[in-house]
Design a protein around this ligand. Structure first.
Ligand SMILES: Cc1ncc(COP(=O)(O)O)c(C=O)c1O
Length: 362
């Protein structure tokens, strides 16, 4: 039985009649740019996340870019962020002319280490950009306390964490503002690119709204140089339908992860650690293995997919060759040992067992 990392078809088929009908309605409506579905999705997402403003945009990278710009981060500023993340997190810091300062992660959750943040703060630091990696919220109380005492902004990268909660509060509503991605494979994914900024700050919200639409809040009047970074109306149709199911999807991901944890317990692998005070939404299920590369080959040979997120941490990427190259021992060890297994709500019990057997047979 071939098992892919993600199966978008299964989810589409389960929603097909609703999605097809809603797409046809939107086509008939022909209000394709910032149309009624974009507006409704923004209201529904804001309600779900418990934030005052949700402003959709073209993709998650743009959401980070717009959030940083709207928060006033620019040249000369330093932004503290993990090196163990997708490149978009730090690309966006560069887009606004600021400098990413890469710090180490915790060995068990893979999330940014608050003690490392504190040690990296300088007089140039303006913001902390934690990533809720693989769907588990970072240590937001510790991060918020540091930000408060040192006068810093917190900008959350929620690309992988839609629906996760930290001490009961949804990620995306904890920092000054937050960025989401709706890339198709994300927990809440559309059928193309999509993104969103969330915030309770009226001024940041107004700036993001303007920036995503050519610097304009009134048609053909442009207050600043902005961007064409709008969410597509047809993608909003998909997201509105899937948003109704996100809690079920995330609950099923947790069930899959619990089964994996049980199947793999007691072996040589380190299985994911979930902190008691937060809900992990398992965008990825990632284990650590000393013989990771050999294990990966053995799993793939059984036609079970697995993937390395991320093989090269950002401070070791050529793109950041001109950035400080600190020693980040936990990050580097994790990049050498991490392996992600297939996880999506539609995985059957039989498929989960097949994956478990492929891992253990190694
Ligand atoms: C942690 C993280 N940040 C940002 C992004 C960028 O999102 P997008 O691909 O929608 O631009 C992604 C995903 O691709 C991501 O995983």
């Amino acid at each position: 039985m071939k098992i892919p990392m993600v199966d978008l078809k299964g989810q589409y088929l389960s929603l097909k009649s609703e999605i097809d009908a809603a797409l046809l309605d939107a086509l008939a409506e022909t209000r394709f740019i910032l149309g009624p579905n974009v507006q409704a999705f923004e209201a529904e997402a804001a309600e779900y996340l418990g934030v005052d403003h949700a402003i959709s945009c073209a993709n998650g990278t743009e959401a980070l870019h717009l959030a940083l710009l709207a928060a006033g981060i620019g040249p000369g500023d330093e932004v503290i962020t993990p090196a163990f993340t997708f490149i978009a997190t730090a690309e966006a810091i560069r887009y606004v002319g600021a400098t990413p300062v890469f710090v180490d992660i915790q060995p068990d959750t893979f999330n940014i280490d608050p003690a490392a943040i504190e040690a990296a703060i300088t007089h140039r630091t303006r913001a902390i950009l934690p990533v809720h990696l693989f769907g588990q919220p970072a240590d937001m109380d510790e991060i918020a306390a540091l930000a408060e005492t040192r006068g810093l902004l917190v900008i959350e990268d929620c690309a992988q964490s839609f629906g996760s909660r930290y001490r009961g509060k949804p990620t995306g509503g904890i920092g000054s503002c937050a960025a989401f991605s709706f890339f198709p494979s994300k927990n809440l994914g559309c059928y193309g690119d999509g993104g969103m900024v969330t915030t309770d700050d009226d001024e940041i919200a107004a700036r993001v709204r303007m920036l995503r639409n050519h610097g304009s809040s009134q048609q053909y009047y442009h207050d600043v140089i902005g961007f064409n970074s709008r969410l597509d109306e047809l993608q909003a149709v998909i997201l509105r339908i899937k948003l109704k199911h996100i809690d079920d999807y995330n609950a099923r991901r947790r069930e899959v992860a619990e089964t994996y944890n049980r199947l793999l317990a007691g072996g040589a692998l380190q299985t994911p650690v979930i902190r008691d005070d937060r809900d992990h939404v398992f965008h990825q299920y990632t284990v650590l293995a000393d013989d990771r590369d050999a294990l990966r080959e053995r799993i793939l040979a059984r036609e079970v997919a697995c993937a390395i997120y991320y093989p090269v941490p950002l401070h070791r990427q050529k793109a950041f060759a001109d950035t400080a190259q600190p020693e980040l021992p936990v990050t580097e060890a994790t990049a050498r040992r991490c392996l992600s297994l297939p996880i999506y709500p539609e995985l059957t019990e039989q498929q989960i067992e097949t994956v478990g057997a492929a891992v253990l047979a190694g």
